[in-house]
Ligand binder design. Structure first.
Ligand SMILES: CCC(=O)SCCNC(=O)CCNC(=O)[C@H](O)C(C)(C)COP(=O)(O)OP(=O)(O)OC[C@H]1O[C@@H](n2cnc3c(N)ncnc32)[C@H](O)[C@@H]1OP(=O)(O)O
Length: 254
């Protein structure tokens, strides 16, 4: 069974939908591989103007890392390999030379919020819940999410969201500036297409040039160093008793 559905619009959008609705679109290694492949394709292909990332089903955009798989990563080194793999993919998404959108079709939790943070625009279905809840699991963001949040929101706002580690409504996240549009969600893709139409009327060269004007600052050694230091710090927390207990408590509940 496919873990992701990739579709092309004739107007230049590539849609990448995580397709594990029964696991609330949790990210496993197969999803990572497919996302990596899609980002590389969007980078190269001059017919593609924008990438939209979403989830299938009505419940969730993405519930973060697949806890049923990643619970078996017991050592710092094992956790680091997984976190660096996805962190590297999100870094390439952040610095992709085409504009990107997270189309949040439902709950976004943990790594799901990090995935959305790597995108340039975040549009959410009304009523969606957004939770940078990693702190409540005894870890931190581990895919570069905090570093990206500090780039994209005012410092105190970003820190407040991370330290609270609560689920926040899309409407509130719009007020904070993390969500850029709250959509009714009757036909989410069409609502998204309408918002993107003015951008898509530009040539791919113009879109690429503006995106590179933004992304160059994230290609500095200093930024990369901060991004991957966050990943290393999360790896160290991964094997803690607090984190193991939090994962077991979730898995035993469901
Ligand atoms: C890399 C680091 C990180 O990403 S840390 C963050 C990890 N993620 C989480 O803690 C989120 C865990 N999931 C949840 O809180 C809930 O499932 C959310 C997303 C709110 C959805 O709730 P609800 O609609 O009631 O569904 P549910 O809990 O009954 O789950 C349905 C089935 O999906 C599964 N599922 C869900 N999330 C994950 C996940 N992250 N990894 C693995 N499996 C997940 C549940 O276990 C459940 O499976 P089953 O039907 O019992 O087999």
């Amino acid at each position: 069974m496919k873990v992701a559905i990739v579709e092309y619009d004739s107007n230049g959008i590539v849609w990448f939908a995580i397709h594990r609705p029964e696991k609330r679109n949790a990210i496993n290694f197969e999803v990572m591989d497919k996302l990596e492949e899609t980002i590389a394709m969007v980078e190269k292909n001059d017919d593609v103007k924008m990438l939209v990332i979403t989830g299938t089903g009505d419940e969730a955009f993405c519930s973060g890392g697949d806890l049923s798989k990643f619970q078996h990563l017991h050592t710092t080194e094992n956790a680091k390999q997984m976190l660096e793999k996805m962190g590297t993919i999100l870094y390439s998404l952040l610095t992709l030379s085409k504009p990107t959108v997270a189309l949040i079709n439902g709950t976004a939790i943990g790594g799901g919020c990090e995935l959305a943070s790597a995108c340039d625009f975040r549009y959410a279905k009304s009523g969606s819940k957004i939770g940078f809840i990693q702190g409540k699991l005894g870890i931190t963001t581990g895919w570069g999410g905090a570093t990206m949040l500090f780039e994209k929101l005012p410092y105190t706002q970003a820190l407040d969201i991370l330290l609270r580690a609560e689920r926040i409504s899309a409407e509130k996240m719009y007020e904070y500036g993390w969500i850029h549009a709250v959509l009714p969600g009757n036909n989410l893709r069409e609502e998204c297409r309408e918002l993107l139409a003015p951008y898509l009327s530009q040539s791919v060269s113009v879109l690429r040039a503006y995106k590179m004007a933004a992304a160059e600052k994230w290609k500095s050694d200093e930024f990369r160093m901060r991004f991957f230091a966050e990943i290393r710090r999360c790896s160290e927390l991964w094997g803690s008793e607090e984190h193991k207990r939090a994962i077991q408590s979730f898995l035993n509940k469901s």
